[in-house]
Design a protein. Sequence first.
Length: 438
Amino acid sequence: MTDSDQPLDPRERFARSVVQKLTDAGHIAYFAGGCVRDRILGLRPKDFDVATDATPDRIRELFGRRRTLAIGAAFGVVSVLGRKGAGEDPIEVATFRSDGDYSDGRRPDSVVFSSPEHDAQRRDFTINGLFYDPIAGRVIDFVDGRSDLQAGVLRAIGDPDARICEDKLRMLRAVRMATVFGFAIESATRDALHRHAAEIDVVSNERVGAEMRRLLAATAAFDGLATLRETRISDVVFPQLAEIWAAETQQADLPAEIAAPATTGAVLLSKLLGARRECDFVSGLIGCLLAIQWSGGDAGDALRRIADLWRLSNEETARAAFALESLPTVLQADRQPWSIVQPVLAARYAGDAVTLAETVTRALDLPGEAVAAARQRLAWEPNRLDPPALLSGNTLQKLGLTPGPGFREILQDVRTRQLDGLLNDAQTAAQYVSATYL
């Protein structure tokens, strides 16, 4: 890891200035944790954390009360604020510490300010226990984390049972990080995950959901799900995986295009997640739901349960539900009347539906002409894809019809004929209504 590996962005420049100010004041200050790991791996860190021997009060004294937030001061953490509009995200500056007991399985009951060595020992995994001195340009490694990074191994620092008991979320974080980085979980750490798997039920749904979002957005998401299943963590955080792994043949009544009787549920899920062109959380969730449905589960019920368990947003839930509901239509887009296909492609989440259909065709090696046609139409100009209606309720009243529930049926009839090319203008539409409904 050298300073010339990657160009500095405003966040890193700001973080370095924080370290420089602390160092100039006579303190030890290093980059800590994930940002060090990511730079060694050649990745651009999402944020920068600083660890120092300066106490929270001293940090606030050096940077000023107006530029600091003591929201985590009880744990030795102070946020240093950057300049507005300069791209300088707040930097969390934490005092080197040792943690007391974790009676709630989440946060330490108490902390004691300590040394860099002790601070590294209280962290979760060796790859997250590294420090970097940006002034001297050197990595400080008290836990042999650099060797594990080079070997592609995720290992708990010290006793894995103790690290897990301190914060039960570390079990899910271990699986997620191994999935994202393509690392193997060291055997003693993996055994500890299995021993403590049931205890993850003390972790809040919001924290579980945050980790599952990142896991399912990973390229190797299937490997992560397989690890959750093997360690039994999924029994708590994603119980529907059991249905997928248990299914040896297709159990549900699905479109003929998805029929793959020689495939197991797990193999189907592997194919669906591996065939994604863009790996994001919603596409991973949809793949899981389709595999659940294939395996005989109720995808709609599964989505409702997952939405509650992972605290999904309304939009995430709506996107997944629409894509699953619309899949048969998109797979048969070249054989369906336009009045059936058009409402799907004109809908808000049409992109998710078409993307899912494309993933399914790649995963199962199906002909892709129908989906390609849907993708092409999705790019039409708005007035062509979703032309204005020929008639309105006011028009029906002018024709002499009495307002009521039947208006919706009449307008839908006209809309269907318009989309299918049977009615092309308002005059012929009005004539059709007069002849049919008056």
